[in-house]
Design a protein around this ligand. Structure first.
Ligand code: ADP
Ligand code: MG
Length: 340
């Protein structure tokens, strides 16, 4: 495996004095060639700034950026072997689709017949054959997103940067595009650096995920590792639903100071072997699961039930007994060590 992107101690500080924002804070990261790597984090956590520094649109305050082993820290965007797909597509409204897609080749001076042929190939690739002479305004949101993708891929970048590219699409279309985008990445073998704040998107598409919080990478790992063995409390709570117990309650459950227990790992059962018992606060049906919230020694425990096994939900005030396998409990680093 070759290394596609390396960040070495990269920071980005905006403004100064009271206005100062440390958007990206000493990030070290290695992305392998051919990897689908996702930066996941809440709004304002530094994802876009990180991506803009790799693309060359923002300069790091400190640190080095390498692409394919070459230090590009001081190269302008056009001299870097990367391309970017932005959330708002940024298509040229007055140009037809084919010319939008061929734009990168036109800038390079590729002659017309050849760039039109390449543009048609790219449109085939994103399943948009035959729309070349339309304008962006005559396409749906999902189609415009595919055009933006074709335009970014035509220069055969080593790395494709995608900043929340599916954020503007409705849920059904977004899910469809997630599948297509993943398949396209596999087919082309290009390294994708994908940004999202959506945990489902990150879990379902990525080879590895880097979780961002306050400009820092809190954890880098495969989706299963991020979900099942979060390194910090922030990761546990941001990626999926989590019961996090601290102090006495954590010690009672697992003998450590802070633990995580996913709601879907908890079962309702008979009293004798129950690990804990409590009164139902409320129960809600969500279709594929039902969530019951239980009061346990002054805190809330969320339990997700399979509606097929539990067609009748418990009533508020009912006492329920909670069970789980020992390996459902995951110890977290101490809360003070990881809270901002
Ligand atoms: P994300 O993409 O995760 O939502 P950003 O990278 O856009 O986060 O922003 C990270 C932080 O940096 C935020 O606090 C944001 O307000 C700040 N920021 C981003 N760009 C600028 C800028 N050009 N000038 C000043 N502050 C900025
Ligand atoms: Mg952003």
């Amino acid at each position: 495996m070759t290394v596609a992107v390396t960040l070495e101690g990269v920071s980005c500080v905006f403004g100064s004095g009271a206005q100062m924002v440390r958007a990206v804070d000493h990030v070290d990261l290695t992305i392998e060639g051919g990897e689908f790597f996702t930066l996941l984090g809440p709004s304002g956590s530094g994802k876009t700034t990180c991506l803009r520094m790799i693309g060359g649109f923002t300069l790091p305050t400190s640190g080095r950026i390498l692409i394919g082993g070459q230090d590009v820290s001081h190269l302008p965007p056009y001299a870097r072997p990367v391309n970017t797909v932005f959330q708002d597509y940024a298509l040229f409204p007055h140009m037809n689709i084919r010319d939008n897609v061929a734009y990168g080749l036109m800038v390079q001076g590729v002659e017309k017949a050849q760039r039109h042929a390449r543009a048609e190939q790219m449109l085939d690739l994103v399943r948009l054959s035959g729309v070349g002479i339309r304008r962006p305004g005559q396409l749906s949101g999902g189609q415009r997103q595919r055009v933006a993708l074709a335009r970014a891929l035509i220069n055969q970048p080593q790395v494709l940067l995608l900043d929340e590219p599916l954020g503007a699409l409705d849920l059904k279309l977004r899910e469809q595009m997630q599948t297509e985008l993943k398949a396209l990445q596999r087919q082309l073998g290009i390294t994708f650096l994908f940004i999202t704040h959506d945990q489902h998107e990150a879990l379902s598409m990525s080879d590895r995920i880097g979780v961002f919080n306050n400009g820092r990478l809190e954890q880098v790992g495969a989706p299963q590792a991020i979900y099942n063995r979060p390194a910090t409390r922030f990761v546990a709570e941001f990626v999926g639903a989590a019961n996090v117990f601290d102090g006495a309650r954590a010690r009672e459950i697992a003998g450590v100071d802070s633990v995580m227990l996913r709601p879907e790992r908890i079962r309702l059962g008979a009293a004798p072997e129950a690990r804990i018992s409590g009164a139902v606060i409320d129960a809600q049906y969500f279709g594929s699961f039902s969530r019951v919230r239980v009061d346990w020694s002054g805190g809330v425990v969320a339990v997700d039930l399979n509606p097929e096994l539990h067609p009748l939900l418990p009533n508020t005030g009912d006492t329920v007994h909670l069970h789980w396998q020992a390996d459902a409990v995951h110890a977290l680093a101490g809360p003070r060590a990881v809270l901002p």
